[in-house]
Design a protein around this ligand. Structure first.
Ligand code: ADP
Length: 256
């Protein structure tokens, strides 16, 4: 059992959406996993993507157009939250929504307010669920991907680690979707500049970041001396053995 007191869990759209439907079973498994972490007296902050993907389950409009994306996010965000609320309720967990913009982290007063609200929520055993506000999306003002948002949340809301649940089971020496001989890298202490400047390679139509934004986040957290564990959110087996038995099977541990 790891000795973390507070962790951030980041989940990508691809885990929550399957064939343009809400991936009910995977979402329930995620909720059960988080409930189990909370049961071990570890505080959890969830950074969840999925607003646009959830919106798209109700209305199929071209999501490449920014205003359409905003419309989809405005439909999907409440749906995402109601679904989480319903599933967490069966574990007696109250969850709350925080829509945080990138600019909050550059503004001392707004950041302090956000920190106070998050810490008060955690003291009351509430599970804060954070997303970027995709309805006011402006390229210059947003992270654009929840990996980097999750990195900032981990640092500023004082978590001991970031757990990234992805559609891939770790970081490989080359893209595993195109190179079948790619090897999983289990421990990364340092990332070089070239890997951080690679092209973005999201694997599903609702993903935005790809591996590069995960590496940027890992690099940011390594500098803060905070570990990040990247593993599959489809099959939570590796996340569970890492969190509950301190056994590192698959998955990549960055830092530490
Ligand atoms: P998520 O939706 O879970 O946030 P993304 O689809 O955005 O994940 O990013 C993960 C994808 O990045 C993988 O499924 C894979 O296709 C791609 N990728 C490219 N290079 C690598 C690599 N070196 N290691 C792991 N994944 C990689």
């Amino acid at each position: 059992m790891t000795n973390y007191k507070r962790i951030v869990v980041k989940v990508g759209s691809s885990i929550l959406n399957q064939d343009n439907q809400i991936a009910t079973t995977k979402m329930k498994n995620l909720v059960e996993f988080i409930a189990k972490i909370k049961n071990k007296n570890i505080e959890v902050i969830l950074v969840s993507s999925g607003a646009v993907a959830f919106g798209y389950t109700k209305l199929q409009i071209d999501k490449k157009i920014t205003s359409n994306k905003q419309v989809l996010a405005s439909i999907g965000q409440p749906l995402l939250m109601t679904t989480y609320q319903k599933y967490f309720k069966s574990f007696d967990i109250l969850c709350s929504q925080f829509l945080i913009e990138a600019t909050v982290f550059d503004d001392d007063v707004r950041l302090k307010n956000a920190k106070d609200a998050i810490s008060r929520s955690l003291k009351n055993s509430i599970l804060p669920i954070i997303n970027e506000n995709d309805t006011t999306y402006t390229k210059e003002l947003v992270f654009g991907d929840n990996d980097q948002l999750a990195g900032y949340v981990t640092k500023h809301f004082k978590a001991d680690m970031l757990l990234v649940l992805s559609d891939i089971d770790g970081y490989y020496d080359k893209n595993p979707t195109t190179s079948h001989d790619a090897k999983l890298l289990k421990n990364i202490k340092k990332l070089d500049k070239t890997s951080l400047n690679d092209e973005h390679t999201p694997n599903s139509e609702f993903s935005t970041g790809g591996i590069v934004t995960k590496l940027k986040t890992a690099s940011f957290l390594i500098k803060e001396n905070i570990p990040m564990f990247l593993c599959s959110g489809f099959d939570l087996k590796d996340a569970k053995s890492y969190m509950f038995d301190s056994i590192h099977n698959k998955g990549t541990l960055f830092g530490k």
